[in-house]
Write a protein that binds this ligand. Structure first.
Ligand code: ADP
Ligand code: MG
Length: 234
């Protein structure tokens, strides 16, 4: 999916030599300390940045230079990125409206997405009238209503308090399993990555240090950085 990707800004390294194969239907976590290149990798996948080197394939299709809108994926941001003046329902179906999906179909998809995210009854609220957890659910509903098979999430829980984080974490896992979608999930929180992901990609200074199951990283760390980051015994 990612083949030897590099991205720099005026010599400032974003990422380098990033090669990754993401199995369909898997939950993959991009993990690592702040500034290691997680968001850059996700933004390159999403088409929000263009790579300087390498190739990106989604569903076997080369999208290296394709516009973000042509990549058949949805994205959930840390900041929710909701329109404050629009209702929950309007926020969720915004993209469908842009794509001129007929009203009847929009209503059906909206209902299903609100059902899945536990937001039925909140259709007419504004984001400002919701808790942080509910806002993040609206962002999730908006991502899944598009029906894409690939969903990218950038630290979606980091604005939530610890208790909420736990419950939304479970919601996201359940969503991914029930819908059978592929999720690529950015986090700096090793507990989050190790508990949610099928595959963990641990990064440092713009490079991948190790790719494996949580157990691989814990039991068989490639180097001391990996061992220390995942809290493996010395
Ligand atoms: P992470 O998400 O892991 O915290 P980022 O991918 O945001 O890390 O950043 C990786 C590196 O790329 C950092 O050194 C960051 O400063 C740099 N970087 C990211 N975006 C830009 C940009 N638009 N311009 C210049 N440097 C950037
Ligand atoms: Mg980031």
């Amino acid at each position: 999916m990612l083949k030897d990707i590099a991205k720099r800004w005026n010599g400032q390294l974003g990422v380098e030599g990033i090669s990754l194969d993401i199995p369909e239907g898997s939950f993959t976590a991009l993990l690592g300390p702040s500034g290691c290149g997680k968001s850059t990798t996700l933004r390159l996948l999403a088409g929000l940045e263009l790579a300087d080197e390498g190739a990106i394939l989604i569903d076997g299709k080369d999208v290296t230079t394709s516009a973000a809108s042509d990549r058949n994926l949805s994205m959930v941001f840390q900041s929710y990125a909701l329109f404050p003046h629009l209702s929950v329902a309007e926020n969720v179906v915004f993209g469908l409206k842009v794509r001129r999906v007929p009203k009847q179909e929009r209503q059906e998809k909206l209902h299903r997405a609100l059902e899945i995210t536990g937001l039925l009854g909140y259709e007419n609220r504004k984001p400002g009238e919701l808790s942080g957890g509910q806002r993040q659910r609206v962002a999730l509903a908006r991502a899944i209503v598009a029906g894409q098979r690939l969903c990218l999430m950038d630290e979606p829980l980091s604005n939530l308090d610890a208790k909420l984080r736990n419950s939304v974490r479970k919601d996201i896992k359940k969503l991914q399993r029930d819908l059978g979608i592929t999720v690529i999930y950015v986090t700096h929180d090793q507990t989050e990555a190790m508990s949610m992901a099928d595959i963990v990609v641990l990064m440092k200074d713009g490079h991948i240090q190790q790719v494996g199951t949580p157990n691989d990283l814990y039991s068989n760390p490639n180097n001391t950085f990996v061992a220390e980051f995942v809290g493996a015994p010395p």
